[in-house]
Write a protein of this length. Structure first.
Length: 65
């Protein structure tokens, strides 16, 4: 089982799949949507000198029975 880091940003939870140093990825050469498609993710963040490849953790609503 893979263990991914979970981060909270503005009250939303994200599963971190990968982190890359910003200087390793040339964002001007390709597009963000290409990176999302390649890494099978829905969100990318740039923070703390890294590019964070993440998936949003959706809230579910349920009713106990």
């Amino acid at each position: 089982m893979l263990k991914y880091e979970i981060i909270e940003i503005q009250g939303k939870l994200f599963q971190v799949k990968r982190k890359f140093p910003e200087h390793k990825i040339n964002l001007e050469k390709g597009s963000i949507s290409d990176l999302k498609l390649f890494f099978h993710c829905d969100t990318l963040f740039k923070a703390q000198g890294y590019l964070w490849v993440c998936n949003k953790i959706e809230d579910i609503s349920y009713e106990e029975i």
